[in-house]
Design a protein around this ligand. Structure first.
Ligand code: ADP
Length: 177
């Protein structure tokens, strides 16, 4: 059975089959989660990325994880938010689908996503998380082979949004009055 969960963590610490990198189209490193992944994986990751000759928005490419606990890194390039009328939603959805496609091709069993495009690229977190959860749910429901998906959130606020969408938000418990 496949599974979906959200947790708050530094994605570079997760021992899953692959972590997803919110890369830029050069694939040569950057800030945010991209910088953290390159620092943790070591210089061989940059070498491997050079050989990939870039990546278009919405597409994804895979490398080994080198020093990371994850075996692989799937690099994808999310859209830059430009107000929502430049096809951003379709491109963001394509990022998730491209990563899932590679994961299936490589027969991976576990995959962790950061919240693509919602940092430097400015995509509003609520809308981006809705796309992420809907897209992954849909993909897991139609394709066979178990796949455990983690939505790795960097902030408590992001985690609360994902938990609400997944229906795993902790229930408010009323204490004694
Ligand atoms: P983008 O350019 O696609 O917006 P960013 O790296 O700027 O990518 O941000 C994407 C998301 O990754 C943001 O929610 C950011 O807080 C988060 N993030 C940054 N560093 C890490 C990390 N080490 N682990 C998990 N998520 C991270």
């Amino acid at each position: 059975m496949s599974s979906l969960r959200a947790l708050r963590a530094d994605i570079t610490t997760l021992a899953v089959d692959a972590i997803v990198n919110a890369a830029n189209s050069s694939l040569l490193g950057g800030g945010g989660v991209d910088g953290a992944i390159h620092r943790a994986a070591g210089p061989k990751l940059l070498e491997a990325c050079r050989a990939l000759a870039g990546c278009k928005t919405g597409q994804a490419k895979i490398t080994p994880g080198f020093r990371l606990p994850a075996s692989y890194v799937i690099h994808t390039v999310g859209p830059v938010w430009q107000g929502g009328h430049q096809g951003e939603a379709a491109l963001l959805e394509r990022c998730y689908l491209s990563c899932l496609h590679i994961a299936r091709e490589k027969r991976l069993r576990s995959l962790a996503f950061p919240s693509l495009s919602t940092g430097a690229y400015g995509y509003p977190i609520h809308q981006a998380a809705q796309i992420a959860v809907a897209c992954v749910r849909q993909c897991l429901s139609v394709k066979d082979g178990p796949l455990d998906i983690t939505f790795c959130c960097f902030s408590a606020a992001d985690l609360a949004i994902y938990e609400a969408l997944l229906g795993t938000a902790p229930q408010a418990v009323s204490g004694p009055h």
